[in-house]
Design a protein around this ligand. Structure first.
Ligand code: NAP
Length: 495
């Protein structure tokens, strides 16, 4: 039996795609999820302090607004509840198959269908279309530091928090000072006996003011038509304007840096510590850190910032290059993810046995981030170059799932055998994209997870969210090769 659409992953993107497909009349859709519950990154990131640094009104779908967000910025728990509620309200639950870890997908040119295989299951599934919604930040990354396997204490990664471990009275190391670490450290200093934070590169930190939503505001959002849209729009345009100082290195970047430097000056008295915490790259090159709690936590009596590079992990702690061994009961690695910017998480075999992992080995690329030539009827959410540096990922995601569900609904209606992006359209798109990336802050010379080791940017979209959304607003069928079922030669359809 062949299903219409297989969605890989039941996180924000997968669930949103199932909802939008059903709203377009495609409901023979199954979500395959390797875990035992929905939520993706918000299911996995449950470390103390886990929260979103984008306001909830904007970090949610426009078609599933929530008048009851408790704060401007929500905790991971509240976001997970929101996802659960969507699953219930839109009736997605019965479409999800848990415990299905995909091991490979393969295209069959004769039928125009994909075969999806799963770990530990003999039965494969066939689908007319596949949406890869498994996310770029799904797999935690432990750093390649000598001796890491010899460590005898507890090892905890930020994205796989060990809730059974009691930090009270413990000496704890935190390796990394990115978006996850700056949320973890303020919570850890409240419980652990001593916390040492190992910083390799300081980031630009901006204050984050988190207010609770009053009962009156919730009632207004509930009762007044358009109130939620208005609030969402206000947040959207506020973030859009920040692009001018974050996406591109402009005089406004200096303004962002000045605000951050002022924040540092106001929160940290010690000039030496301020120096250690001052970045030496353009703001926006690495992800901006939004927190008002991190600097105070670093100055807590039980917290120490360590800026000597790590030489190795020893059985009882961390040795830094100047020859000191710091002893710990536990090491928290807030060292990020195996970001999907090269290769693929599982083999994806397209037309004529082409292997996408091989094609992406130097860096991923796609057509408008959602489809790749040679891999018909296969679509990506959060595919190559779809990352925002200044606005909500959910705005980008909604544009992707709307585009993908439009293409799939058109194909299902027309009964086309296959839709394959034209190689020339994809190449044109990427040539222009990479040229534009050249003038962004991300490509301005710092090390970040946005770039491959060779400096290729396979992750970010070089522009405003509005531009990204506009490019996905309509399906340009002339950019696709459409195959019909009666074995005619390929026909290009022009509209
Ligand atoms: P990350 O941004 O990749 O940061 C990893 C940290 O680990 C960096 O400070 C890095 O230092 C450090 N590190 C890596 N290898 C190291 C080594 N060998 N020795 C010493 N330090 C090492 O990871 P993350 O903080 O988990 O965040 C990943 C992404 O998740 C974010 O960019 C964001 O997109 C998302 N996120 C979002 C939120 C939110 O509020 N919306 C919250 C958390 C995470 P260098 O900087 O020197 O490389």
């Amino acid at each position: 039996m062949t299903i219409s659409v297989a969605i890989i992953g039941a996180g924000f993107a997968g669930i949103g795609a199932a909802i939008r497909l059903r709203q377009r009349g495609v409901d023979d859709v199954v979500l395959f999820e390797r875990g035992t519950r929905v939520g993706g990154t918000w299911r996995d990131n449950t470390y103390p302090g886990a929260a979103c640094d984008i306001p909830s009104r904007l970090y949610s779908y426009s078609f599933a607004q929530n008048p009851d967000w408790s704060h401007t910025y929500s905790s991971s728990g509240e976001i997970l509840e929101y996802i659960d509620r969507m699953v219930e309200d839109f009736g997605v639950a019965e479409q999800i198959r848990f415990g299905h870890e995909v091991t490979g997908v393969e295209y069959d040119a004769d039928t125009g269908e994909w075969t999806i295989r799963f770990a530990g299951r003999r039965r494969a599934v066939r689908a007319r279309s596949v949406i890869v919604a498994s996310g770029p930040l799904a797999n935690p990354s432990l750093p390649d530091i000598r001796g890491i396997d010899d460590y005898e204490g507890r090892v905890i990664h930020s994205a796989r928090w060990d809730h059974d471990y009691d930090f009270a009275g413990k000496r704890v190391a935190v390796v990394g000072t990115g978006a996850s670490a700056v949320q973890i450290v303020p919570e850890l200093v409240k419980t652990a006996e001593a916390v040492k934070v190992f910083q390799r590169t300081p980031g630009w930190v901006l204050p984050r003011v988190n207010r609770s939503t009053s009962g009156l505001a919730k009632r207004v959002f509930r009762a007044v038509p358009g109130a939620q849209e208005l609030a969402r729009s206000a947040w959207f345009w506020a973030h859009e304007s920040v692009a001018l100082g974050v996406v591109w290195n402009t005089p406004l970047t200096r303004v962002v840096e000045s605000v951050s430097a002022l924040h540092l000056r106001l929160q940290v008295d010690d000039p030496w510590m301020r120096r250690q915490l001052s970045p030496d790259f353009a703001a926006g090159c690495k992800r901006l850190l939004m927190t008002s709690d991190y600097y105070p936590a670093l100055q807590a009596d039980n917290c120490t910032l360590v800026t000597w590079p790590i030489a190795r992990i020893a059985p009882r702690g961390i040795r830094t290059v100047e020859g000191i061994e710091h002893r710990f009961d536990a090491i928290v690695f807030a060292t990020g993810f195996e970001v999907g910017k090269q290769g693929t998480p599982y083999p994806i075999t397209g037309l004529d046995g082409r292997d996408l992992g091989t094609e992406w080995s130097d860096g991923a690329f796609a057509y408008r981030s959602v489809a790749v030539s040679g891999y018909p009827n296969l679509f990506f959410t959060f595919g190559p170059n779809s990352g925002p540096g200044h606005n909500s990922a959910l705005v980008y995601m909604e544009a992707q799932i709307d585009f993908i569900s439009d293409v799939i609904a058109q194909r299902e209606r027309a009964g086309w055998k296959a839709l394959d992006v034209r190689a020339d359209a994809q190449e044109r798109y990427n040539r222009d994209l990479q040229r534009r990336l050249g003038s962004t802050t991300w490509n301005s010379g710092c090390r970040s997870w946005y770039l491959t080791d060779d400096g290729f940017n396979a992750t970010m979209f070089p522009g405003f969210a509005t531009q990204y959304v506009n490019q996905l607003r309509r399906v340009d069928l002339q950019d696709f090769r459409i195959l019909v079922h009666d074995r005619e030669p390929a026909v290009a359809v022009s509209r």
